[in-house]
Design a protein around this ligand. Structure first.
Ligand SMILES: Nc1ncnc2c1ncn2[C@@H]1O[C@H](COP(=O)(O)OP(=O)(O)OP(=O)(O)O)[C@@H](O)[C@H]1O
Length: 423
């Protein structure tokens, strides 16, 4: 049994009791706040720990990627594979056509369907004709540049080839893609000012940047004397024009030239004069000859070409049919593209330079095809693609071309330690 006695508190006692209640309320509020703060701190610690481990994972992934890239490059070198880079240009005002896509599903031509999803993969979002199903196609290359990549970033991936050039390899960089895909921008550059560079400096492409780098590398080797010669030729309508040839008044006339096969089986354009033009096929060649006190004169070539996309895939110079033809004709391994299948049939034994045949059917590779695309050379194909739906068929064709090019195995790249050619 509980007895309850009514307690009568004095006024002072009532005030004291209220004070105790208030203090207790403050204490409870304070304790809750502390609890929340401690939970927040724990949460922050957890987030920090997670961020740290994410950073570590990223670092591990980067190291792993670099290692993979290094191994891949070694493999490419050993197998004599062709390196293929790809550049997806940004969407530009002329992409914004008003028409509908081929699929007719409301997407406009300017829709971005080709994307660089990582530094070695391109994703193409192909909408299946007649359905709304999207089909993704993934392509992998040695290096993929997205629209945000600068001219400088593109050149950085090419730069090691220039060191190889001075180490005694021939080098060929070939841009391939449909019209308007960015070949000229990538190889030569645009007149637009470089926002990252000094005032008034245009966005230089691979060729001017390579020339700068080449002269920088040469200046680092004062013990050797070097000479550099330049030629620029255009292949247009099956004819070769020397773009540096001048008339008696010094004006550029672009004289027509013949292509001959030399006694060593290489292609030559005799009487070639050693500028910026958007032509169907353009080849810029830098021939570097160096003489060191204790070595034979050594010449190697850096060849930069831009090539228009060709519609008929069976004409690719490394297609099985062409390689078989090349093997049958020369008896050399089918993998050697030195003997380009586009050469007009070469009588055997090969004629000397004075009796060399003039070509009747000419392809870009006929000219670049000997020293600069064979197993002795380092060959890089730079695919240029437009990102929009409007050019999807051409982009797929370009990416397919690059994929097949990567599968070609040439003879492993060899250093030239004898006289290649003295110019
Ligand atoms: N990565 C890029 N960033 C900004 N602009 C670009 C880029 N690539 C191309 N362009 C612009 O797109 C336009 C077409 O490019 P470009 O002339 O290089 O194409 P192309 O493949 O050489 O075409 P063609 O074969 O018809 O000569 C140019 O105005 C060029 O400045």
């Amino acid at each position: 049994m509980v007895w309850k006695f009514p307690v009568v508190l004095s006024k002072e006692e009532c005030v004291l009791k209220q004070d105790v209640r208030d203090v207790f309320a403050v204490y409870v509020g304070f304790a809750t706040e502390l609890d929340e703060q401690s939970r927040e701190l724990q949460e922050r610690d957890r987030v920090n720990a997670l961020e740290r481990s994410l950073q570590e994972e990223r670092e591990r992934c980067r190291t792993e990627r670099l290692r993979r890239k290094l191994l891949h490059n070694t493999l490419v070198e050993l197998r004599g594979n062709i390196r293929v880079h790809c550049r997806v240009r940004p969407v530009l005002p002329f992409d914004c056509g008003l028409g509908q896509s081929a699929s007719g599903f409301g997407s406009t031509w300017s829709e971005e369907v080709v994307q660089a999803v990582s530094d070695d993969s391109v994703l193409v979002n192909c909408s299946k004709a007649g359905t709304s199903t999207a089909m993704n196609k993934m392509f992998e290359f040695e290096r993929v540049h997205g629209p945000e990549d600068s001219q400088h970033a593109v050149f950085e991936e090419v730069r090691p080839l220039l060191t190889s050039l001075l180490d005694g390899y021939n080098v060929c960089i070939m841009a391939y893609g449909q019209t308007g895909s960015g070949k000229t921008h990538t190889m030569i550059g645009s007149q637009t000012e470089d926002p990252a560079g000094p005032e008034g400096v245009p966005l230089q492409g691979v060729i001017p940047q390579s020339a700068n780098e080449l002269f920088r590398l040469i200046s680092e080797k004062p013990a050797e004397s070097h000479s550099v010669e330049v030629s620029v030729i255009e292949v247009y309508n099956n004819e070769v024009f020397d773009l540096l040839c001048k008339d008696s008044e010094g004006g550029v006339v672009g004289a027509k030239r013949d292509v001959i096969t030399t006694s060593t089986g290489t292609s030559e354009v005799p009487a070639l004069t050693h500028e910026d033009s958007s032509r169907s096929h353009l080849i810029v060649t830098l021939t570097v000859t160096s003489k060191s006190p204790n070595a034979l004169a050594l010449a190697r070539r850096l060849q930069c070409a831009r090539k228009e996309l060709q519609r008929s895939p069976q004409r690719e110079w490394w297609s099985p049919r062409c390689r078989r033809a090349a093997a049958g004709r020369s008896g050399s391994p089918a993998s050697s593209p030195c003997h380009s299948p586009y050469h007009s049939p070469c009588p055997s034994p090969r004629p000397s330079i004075s009796q060399a045949p003039i070509r009747t059917k000419l392809q870009l590779v006929d000219l670049a095809g000997s020293e600069c695309v064979g197993g002795d050379a380092k060959l890089l194909v730079m695919l240029c693609v437009s990102p929009t739906q409007k050019f999807m068929a051409e982009s797929l064709q370009t990416l397919g071309f690059g994929t097949r090019a990567r599968q070609v195995q040439r003879e492993p790249t060899r250093r030239k330690n004898t006289t290649l050619r003295i110019k």
